[in-house]
Design a protein around this ligand. Sequence first.
Ligand SMILES: [Zn+2]
Length: 325
Amino acid sequence: MPWRGRFEMTIAKTIAIDLGGTQVRAALCEGPRILVRASKKTDLAGGPTDIVKQFESLIDEVSAGADRGDIAGVGLSSAGPVDTELGIVLGIPTIPGWENIPICTLLSNRVGLPVHLENDAIAAALGEWRHGAGQGLQNMVYLTVSTGIGGGAVVDGRLLHGRKGMAAHVGHMRLAQEGPRCKCGAVACFEAFASGTALAERARAAGEADPAGFLGLTLKNKSIGALQVFEGAREGDPQCRLLVDQEAAYLGQGITSIIHAFSPEQVVLGGGLSHSFDLLEAGIHAVIAADAMAPFKQVRVVPSMLGDNSGLVGAATMALERAGS
Ligand SMILES: [Zn+2]
């Protein structure tokens, strides 16, 4: 409330931060527009204290040209699980030492601004809903597919949070009785089958089985990631094409369950694998057409519009909306 009168006349600035296992990114935003951005490699060894210092230094960097008094708050998008009601990071599998960290209070005390926390996929869903591929929809699901799989849902015109703000962890729905072990400890999660990491592992196995093939030769020169599989498929390599088709099938299977659970008008696909959406699109839609119940078959999957910025734009949007509420 104290912020409302101050910011309703102009588009307030916010700072968005995205904490991931590889990078910490920050941006100074005006509404959904990113004015300045900066990033650092996540200081995994330093633990929470050093990462909070990284936040501070990035905030100083992006807000160097701005008056702190014009900044409505900080929106923090974090890998999770996070308890957004209490502003606590509960644990991040990819970042050691982040267990039960009251990040909102910690950071707010250091930078003198209100800090609002959101799960990274829910923040990205908000970004795409308000300013990207989901604009104007009442029901949508955002799915990010990269090293893992995360989700965020808009249902009945509202961003879904659930208990502790942990709704839509769709990467950990189980797709089969048996399957690869997931980072969460369970087996056969959607993420364990369909993440970029899972695709890269299948590609590595295929390369080892056929050393003279495209993947085998790639493996000799460098490590294989999902990107190399898509490159190989574009060059017409049959093994890569098969892996891409299989990946599209896994994505289609998970997305079909998501469509049944949330009844979205559209599913927005983000994350690293969405850069190769053109190669996955037909396979995903073929599974939906075959497996979804009749009234769900026409639901479309579309690529994210904001790309790598969905989370930052969502975090900025969240900070602005909470400052004004
Ligand atoms: Zn899992």
